[in-house]
Design a protein around this ligand. Structure first.
Ligand SMILES: Nc1ncnc2c1ncn2[C@@H]1O[C@H](COP(=O)(O)OP(=O)(O)O)[C@@H](O)[C@H]1O
Ligand SMILES: [Mg+2]
Length: 254
């Protein structure tokens, strides 16, 4: 889950992970953004967090001890919580090691059908660590508020990373967020993206809806806050689109 700040990465990570869980796919959401926005969106206050990514980077805890159950049976969560502990220094030191997350995942990846990692907006450090551990990258883009140059930059970074560290990394897709179907800028940005990146653009679009904001405020994914809503439906559709796409690719491999 990667791109600029405020484009809907965390909202997408949390709601997509929850929707995959609703579809009964065993899913793990890992927050690697130091500000821990996913934890807030899932209602995890610091007192509910027993261990987090910072302990994994400090090699004091295994990833298993940082896995938290959520309100959804099929969804587990690893919080980030980096700035709430004294391990910041250690954390920064070990970021140089690009393999920390990849190695940690080896112990648990067989338990999950999907592992979603919510990245911060920077294209280095922890994001590189996350992308080295990933099979694919999902790029949320805010409708009407993006520059093609920024998308180009992200794609070049992806190509560099693929070359140097993760040759099998794929692009899962680009998903338009905060989509306003009657807005001219939404239409223009969709057209521009279709011209340049039609192969990556996913069919599902995520509408601009304050309910997503509200659900985050109450610490719930939208499907647990108001299932019968355009936003919850959109994220369920995104989950189904991604499940279908992965099923097809699996068939191709076989
Ligand atoms: N589809 C949407 N409609 C309306 N508001 C949204 C939508 N997606 C995200 N937001 C809001 O936009 C802000 C930034 O979203 P967030 O997911 O935190 O972005 P990022 O993780 O990319 O920084 C948050 O306040 C969030 O509630
Ligand atoms: Mg975020």
């Amino acid at each position: 889950m990667h791109s600029e700040r405020g484009v809907g990465k965390t909202t997408t990570a949390v709601n997509l992970a929850a929707s995959l869980a609703v579809a009964e796919k065993k899913t793990l959401l890992i927050d690697v953004d130091p500000f821990g926005a996913s934890a807030i969106a899932l209602g995890f206050t610091p007192d509910k967090i027993k261990a987090s990514l910072s302990e994994i980077f400090a090699f004091t805890h295994s990833i298993k001890s940082a896995i938290h159950k959520t309100d959804l049976e099929y969804l587990d969560f690893v919080p980030s919580n980096i700035y709430n502990v004294n391990m910041h220094e250690k954390f920064i030191q070990n970021l140089e090691n690009r393999l920390v997350i990849k190695n940690a995942l080896k112990d648990i990846e067989d338990f999950y059908e999907f592992i979603i990692i919510d990245c911060p907006p920077t294209l280095k450090g922890i994001s590189t660590n996350a992308l080295v551990a990933s099979d694919s990258i999902l790029i949320p883009i805010k409708s009407g508020h993006f520059s093609l140059e920024a998308v180009d930059r992200l794609i070049s970074y992806y190509e560099w990373l693929k070359d140097v560290s993760n040759p099998t990394l794929k692009i899962e897709g680009i998903v338009l967020t905060m989509y306003e179907k009657d807005s001219k800028v939404t239409k223009i940005s969709e057209r521009e993206l279709k011209m340049k990146y039609s192969n990556y653009l996913l069919e599902t679009v995520i509408p601009n809806t304050n309910l997503l904001n509200e659900a985050t405020f109450y610490g719930k994914p939208l499907c647990l806050f108001k299932l019968n809503s355009e936003g919850a439906e959109a994220y369920l559709n995104l989950a189904y689109e991604i499940i279908e796409k992965n099923n097809k690719e699996e068939l191709k491999v076989k």
